[in-house]
Every structure is written in structure tokens, then in C-alpha cells.
Design a binder for this molecule. Structure first.
Ligand SMILES: Nc1ncnc2c1ncn2[C@@H]1O[C@H](COP(=O)(O)OP(=O)(O)OP(=O)(O)O)[C@@H](O)[C@H]1O
Ligand SMILES: NC(=O)c1ccc[n+]([C@@H]2O[C@H](COP(=O)(O)O)[C@@H](O)[C@H]2O)c1
Length: 263
């Protein structure tokens, strides 16, 4: 499908959120699992965030009424987005991930665009479109890696105090956080950060926010170490093992369309 027209309309009308694909429609969602990313490309750790969340104890009662939302963020809070693949190709790949999620995990999956870089605004934008997602009774769960939760909870992104800037976000949603290999933060640091969070020792973060942040350690070292930039770099450098870092449908797409050029 040619996504150029949808993307130019999205930009021209200054939209903040738009659903562009649903694997199957649903009339009753009690929990929406949201994975926000630039999906450049989607990879196994993205899939793992979804799988971890639906198996997670706190969400078990919602298992049969959950929907996954794959949210393509077309602007980023930290970086300009000049790198391939094109947004059109990324949408193709996200749809392959959505179909894979529905096939393997049985949940409906929707794909949407957002122009909001920050999670507080993404949350509002989604709620404003709750009818299209059959959301009236649902709660929102954002699926993020450790590097993302730590930035959501960083005052530098906000002009008002965090207690104000993030109040609605934490009132309406919770967070499933997966550890990841990170040059800056050791797994030990990630665990101790969340421990301090739950003990109430991080001053700027109220206890009821902390109680909405669930952390899962990813024991799968291959997944914990994956990033989209590493996949792109492996492809450019001719390292074949990039194929093990994404789902087979996306590996086939990348081989056929060469969005990252050297194969
Ligand atoms: N290996 C991973 N383990 C846990 N979470 C991850 C992993 N890779 C990505 N995520 C999380 O998935 C979400 C979307 O990730 P994003 O696509 O920005 O990450 P990325 O793979 O690091 O991309 P890039 O390398 O292009 O910066 C973020 O919340 C990020 O923390
Ligand atoms: N304070 C925030 O809400 C905040 C901070 C940093 C990144 N983000 C967002 O997190 C997502 C992932 O960002 P990266 O691709 O930089 O890991 C993007 O949508 C980005 O805009 C949000």
C-alpha cells in the first residue's frame, strides 16, 4: 500500500493521532497495551515487550479483552529523524509486526501515527480517539524499555514541575518496563533505580506513580541487547546475524526492499 497520501494528510491537518490499520476490530477493550517507537526497524525486543505484558500477572484478568497499539512516533523528543527507512516502509514493517502479534498471541493489534514526542501528550491524543479503539472502559499501559522510563521521569523535558506535567499521564495509565542492555545503565543500576522508586526514595516521584510502574527483567540476553540502530548498523556492515534480531516476516521484507541499502 502507498502510505504517502495518509502521511501528507496527517501532516497537513496537524493531526496528533490517527489509526491507519487494524488487524481485527474489537468492540470491547479493557486494556490497551501501547508500544511507541520509531520502528526503524521493528525488532524482537519490541515483540518481547508485547508478549511480556500480556503474560504479566497484573494484567491477566484483561487477557481476553486487550488490544495492542503500535504507535509510530513521527517526531522524537531527543533526535531529528533523518535516517532510512522511509516512514512508508516503516509502516509496512509495523503492519507485519501487528499481523504477527495477532497470529501468534491472538490479540487485536492496531497501528497508528502520532506527532506527539512526549508520553503525556501521546496519552491525551490516544484518549481523544478512544471511540475508534473501543476504549471506554479501558486502561492504558505503556510498554517501554528502561532507557525510556528514566527519560519520562526526567524534569528536563518539562517546563512545569513534573508533578503537574505528568499528573494526568499517571492518573490514566501504567507502565510495563523491560530491562535492557545499556552502555549508560547497568542492569544492577536499573534494578536499584526501580527499588528506590518503589521505596519512595526518589523525591520528585510520588508513591502512587511508582506503584504504577512494573519492571520485568529480560533474561533473554539476545533480546535485551537488541536495538534498531544495531540492526541498521549490522545490515550496513554486511553482518548476517541481523536477521535473528527481528521477526521472519520483517527480515524477508528488508531483504526484498532493502530499506537499509547494503545487504
Ligand atoms: N532491547 C530492548 N529491551 C527493552 N526495551 C527495548 C529494547 N529495544 C527497544 N526497547 C524499548 O522499545 C521502545 C521503542 O524503542 P525504540 O525503537 O526507540 O528503541 P531502539 O531499538 O533503541 O531504537 P534506536 O536504536 O533507533 O534508538 C522504547 O521504550 C525502548 O526503550
Ligand atoms: N519525556 C518524554 O515523554 C520522552 C522523553 C524521551 C523520549 N520520549 C519518546 O520516547 C520514544 C522513544 O524514544 P527514542 O527513540 O529516543 O528511544 C519517542 O517517541 C520519544 O519521543 C519521550
Amino acid at each position: 500500500m502507498n502510505w504517502g497520501k495518509s502521511l501528507s494528510e496527517f501532516r497537513e491537518f496537524n493531526k496528533t493521532f490517527q489509526i491507519i490499520h487494524q488487524t481485527k476490530t474489537t468492540s470491547d477493550t479493557s486494556r490497551l497495551f501501547i508500544l511507541d517507537s520509531s520502528f526503524n526497524p521493528p525488532h524482537l525486543a519490541h515483540y518481547s515487550l508485547v508478549k511480556t505484558s500480556i503474560d504479566y500477572e497484573a494484567y491477566k484478568n484483561d487477557r481476553n479483552c486487550s488490544t495492542v497499539l503500535l504507535l509510530l512516533s513521527i517526531s522524537n523528543a531527543d533526535k531529528a529523524d533523518g535516517e532510512p527507512a522511509s516512514l512508508e516502509q516503516r509502516i509496512d514493517m509495523i503492519i507485519l509486526l501487528a499481523e504477527h502479534i495477532t497470529k501468534s498471541l491472538g490479540l487485536p493489534a492496531a497501528v497508528a501515527l502520532t506527532s506527539c514526542p512526549k508520553f503525556a501528550d501521546k496519552c491525551k491524543a490516544i484518549q481523544n480517539h478512544s471511540r475508534e479503539l473501543a476504549l471506554p472502559k479501558s486502561r492504558l499501559t505503556f510498554l517501554v524499555g528502561f532507557d525510556t522510563i528514566i527519560r519520562i521521569l526526567d524534569q528536563k523535558y518539562y517546563t512545569s514541575p513534573m508533578s503537574v506535567a505528568l499528573r494526568d499521564l499517571f492518573q490514566d495509565s501504567d507502565f510495563l518496563v523491560l530491562t535492557r542492555e545499556d552502555k549508560k545503565y547497568s542492569i544492577q543500576y536499573q534494578l536499584s533505580y526501580v527499588k528506590q522508586l518503589h521505596a519512595g526514595s526518589l523525591k520528585a516521584i510520588p508513591n502512587d506513580w511508582a506503584s504504577r510502574i512494573y519492571m520485568v527483567v529480560n533474561d533473554n540476553l539476545l533480546e535485551a541487547d537488541i536495538s534498531s540502530s544495531a540492526v541498521r548498523s549490522d545490515i550496513k556492515n554486511g553482518k548476517l546475524h541481523w536477521q535473528e534480531k527481528t521477526i521472519p516476516e520483517i527480515a524477508t521484507y528488508i531483504k526484498e526492499k532493502s530499506p537499509y541499502i547494503k545487504l
